[in-house]
Design a protein around this ligand. Structure first.
Ligand SMILES: [Zn+2]
Length: 236
């Protein structure tokens, strides 16, 4: 065990951004019967407007997933569980309301979009689905109500080499440490980005330090953060 002082910790919230569980719609329970003998692979939460990230992670999809799911967001969590990648998928989001894009890094509680009824939703709901993958293959889906409740209040330790820095302005994530490099992600102001390395790249306003995103591998100019400290980060 690493000393508690030096761990970056992850917290869990419900999809409403709170520690109190929102209601699940009638028939929206995990495993509820669906046409064709299928069962409901997620849980349909109701009673709030702004959907918030349940845990931190990397946005791997943001857009119309298919005609049933409608506008959806998929977030891969930073730590594998039993060698499996955990992906939290949100469906039926209100079109035009997305606050994240593919490649965005999010923290728990960060707004991702508004509750809607896109796709085949029966009324407005926040369909939350927790998928486990191994080798790109879906292994299982689990009941989000049980899964989130079990993780609530149980911080997940992260290695000391993974550090968080809070952005003081909107900052682009680029494929190389240069303002000329293509943009593939971003962090809004006031967000704790998660980084695992730094490098010396293009000099901007007398500062050539760039942080490497832990989830995306993208480069973020350190001058956009409240601390430009490289302590704990690996130099690459
Ligand atoms: Zn659903």
């Amino acid at each position: 065990m690493r000393p508690a002082c030096c761990e970056e910790r992850i917290t869990t919230v419900w999809g409403n951004g709170l520690a109190t569980r929102p209601d699940v719609s009638n028939g929206g329970q995990f495993g509820a019967p669906r046409p064709g003998g299928r069962t409901h692979a997620g849980a349909d939460f109701i009673g709030y407007s702004e959907l918030r990230a349940i845990e931190p992670g990397n946005v791997t999809f943001a857009g119309v997933l298919n005609s049933a799911a409608g506008v959806s967001v998929a977030i891969d969590l930073p730590n594998q569980i039993d060698g499996q990648i955990v992906t939290v998928v949100r469906m039926h989001i209100q079109p035009g309301s997305l606050r994240v894009m593919r490649g965005s890094q999010v923290v728990a509680g960060q707004p991702i979009g508004l509750m809607g009824e896109s796709g085949n939703a029966q009324g407005k709901c926040d369909h939350v689905e927790v998928r486990f993958f191994r080798g790109g293959q879906l292994v299982k889906t689990v009941d989000p109500v049980t899964w989130i409740a079990n993780r609530m209040g149980q911080p997940v330790p992260m290695p000391a080499s993974i550090q968080q820095r809070v952005s003081k302005a909107f900052v682009n994530g680029r494929v190389a440490p240069s303002r000329q490099a293509p943009i593939r992600g971003s962090l809004a102001a006031g967000i704790a980005g998660t980084f695992n390395a730094f490098t010396r790249g293009e000099m901007v306003e007398g500062n050539d330090i760039w942080f490497r995103g832990h989830f995306t591998g993208l480069w973020f100019w350190s001058g956009a953060f409240t601390s430009t400290s490289t302590q704990g980060l690996i130099k690459v």
